[in-house]
Design a protein around this ligand. Structure first.
Ligand code: HEC
Ligand code: HEC
Ligand code: HEC
Ligand code: HEC
Length: 370
């Protein structure tokens, strides 16, 4: 009895499977898809596949395999959107295929690129423009020539952002804080990337301290700050080539606890601190970021998968040219924050900061849809 029930159940499952496979292979019924679109989707995605408000994706001419996969992801809760969860719960497999087929069959929207709200500017160029305000003190390309003022050239971008935030929240003090307060997150990250890619200048031996005496004392610092003070960790500052007087005051600030960080222990004497500072000041540094990335360079990495010439039958890859800019930003942030699952996109977008997300989103939004 048990056996019979099992084989019956199996037969049913198998029959169900092959039926589904058959219908999945069949061409979509575009007319039926249009009826669904008109009734349930057009209010947001338009009957012509145009998102009706910023943040709603355009779907005209989108790859049908990708549309089907997205709808499935909403249905299964892998992508989260309240309206779509309810809508997709009602859609049969055939409905899904038909409505996806309908939107995929529409011609690409001609005018979205021209209507894109913002021209793409690379974080590097944005940062360079913003850095004009800092040059008076930190030097033309971030190489400070003023004793007591730190160089920013080549500095680690993660540390740069942390440092400015520390001034803003009062953990570190600085005069002229108003200027930093005017920077939004995108400005700040753009500045960080710009400075990170500037070449640090070589320094003459400073008037204070003895580099040779500082070298052995630096042994305990290298594990974090890198050999000879060239850091390879985004959160840890490079010390090589830094202004000696600034180094002295920074190390003393940790020693007297006016500047605090768990990693930083400083119990050296004044003489030792001067020697350590002299040692690091004369070391040759290198830029934390090697390339001055243009928007084209960035997009080149994306076009390996999203580009018009890519044929990849094993992966459903969305077209992103001419897509709504707000939606692109939202999607990239979701990958970045791990809120939208795709191991591939996650890997791609993780190193990308807010500044880069805005740049590439503006770039793709202003490309002609295809
Ligand atoms: C209430 C507005 C609304 C309605 C109605 C709606 N959508 Fe959407 N749709 C959205 C929004 C907003 C998003 C972006 C959600 C996100 O960030 O994941 C979206 C995303 C999508 C996506 C993913 C597109 C991409 O590029 O990743 C597909 C596919 C989609 N909708 C299909 C449909 C279909 C088919 C219908 C009708 C059955 C429909 N939607 C109805 C608002 C709507
Ligand atoms: C009036 C001179 C002046 C101007 C203008 C100025 N800074 Fe500074 N900056 C300083 C001084 C002085 C310090 C060191 C303060 C301290 O001891 O913590 C500093 C420190 C920093 C640091 C921390 C560096 C480190 O190694 O910890 C960052 C980052 C920074 N400034 C960014 C900027 C940016 C970005 C601008 C332009 C928007 C700017 N600064 C404009 C004088 C200035
Ligand atoms: C365990 C890791 C670690 C060790 C060891 C360490 N540091 Fe640091 N150091 C850091 C980190 C992280 C920061 C950034 C802290 C912050 O944000 O204030 C820092 C900051 C600094 C700064 C401030 C740089 C600037 O641009 O403002 C100086 C100077 C410095 N360290 C010198 C030293 C010296 C000298 C030694 C050895 C005697 C040393 N550090 C050992 C991790 C370390
Ligand atoms: C290795 C291949 C690959 C690379 C490289 C890649 N992507 Fe993707 N991308 C994908 C795949 C696959 C998806 C669909 C994932 C999913 O279903 O969420 C996707 C989805 C997206 C989406 C969501 C589109 C939508 O309609 O919802 C955006 C936006 C995007 N990628 C932008 C980019 C940008 C910008 C870059 C370059 C910084 C990039 N991608 C690099 C494979 C890639």
């Amino acid at each position: 009895m048990k056996h019979l029930a099992l084989s019956l159940a199996l037969a049913l499952v198998l029959a169900g499977c092959s039926e589904e496979q058959d219908s999945a292979g069949a061409p979509p019924d575009i007319g039926a898809g249009k009826t669904i679109a008109q009734a349930q989707c057009a209010g947001c995605h338009g009957l012509d596949g145009r998102g009706t408000a910023p943040g709603i994706p355009h779907m005209a001419a989108q790859a049908d395999t990708y549309l089907i996969e997205s709808l499935q992801a909403y249905k299964e809760g892998k992508r989260v959107h309240a309206a779509l969860r309810d809508l997709t719960a009602e859609l049969s497999i055939a409905d899904t295929r038909n409505v996806a087929g309908y939107y995929a069959s529409l011609p690409p929207l001609k005018d979205t690129a021209a209507m894109a709200p913002e021209k793409a500017v690379s974080p590097y160029d944005k940062g360079k423009a913003a850095a004009v305000a800092c040059a008076g003190c930190h030097g033309e390309d971030g190489n400070s020539k003023t004793p007591g003022i730190p160089s920013l050239a080549g500095q680690q971008p993660g540390y740069f952002v942390t440092a400015v935030r520390a001034y803003l929240d009062g953990t570190r003090s600085i005069s002229g804080k108003e200027m930093l307060r005017e920077l939004n997150n995108v400005d700040l990250e753009s500045l960080a990337l710009y400075y990170a890619s500037q070449t640090p200048a070589r320094r003459e031996a400073p008037a204070i301290g003895d580099p040779a005496a500082g070298e052995p004392l630096s042994a305990r610092c290298g594990g974090c700050h890198g050999a000879h003070g060239v850091s390879h960790d985004s959160a840890t500052p490079s010390l090589a080539g830094q202004d000696a007087q600034y180094l002295v005051s920074a190390i003393k600030a940790y020693r007297d606890r006016s500047r605090r960080h768990d990693a930083m222990l400083a119990n050296n004497t004044d003489k030792e601190i001067a020697d350590i500072a002299a040692f690091y000041a004369v070391q040759e540094s290198t830029a934390a970021e090697s390339a001055q990335m243009s928007v084209q360079d960035l997009a080149g990495k994306c076009d390996r998968c999203h580009g018009p010439d890519v044929e990849n039958p094993t992966m459903a890859i969305p077209k992103i040219e001419g897509q709504d800019r707000d939606y692109l930003i939202k999607a990239l942030r979701a990958y970045h924050d791990g809120k939208r699952g795709s191991s591939m996109m996650h890997r791609m977008s993780l190193p990308y900061s807010e500044a880069i997300i805005e740049s590439v989103a503006s770039h793709y939004a202003s490309q002609p849809a295809r």
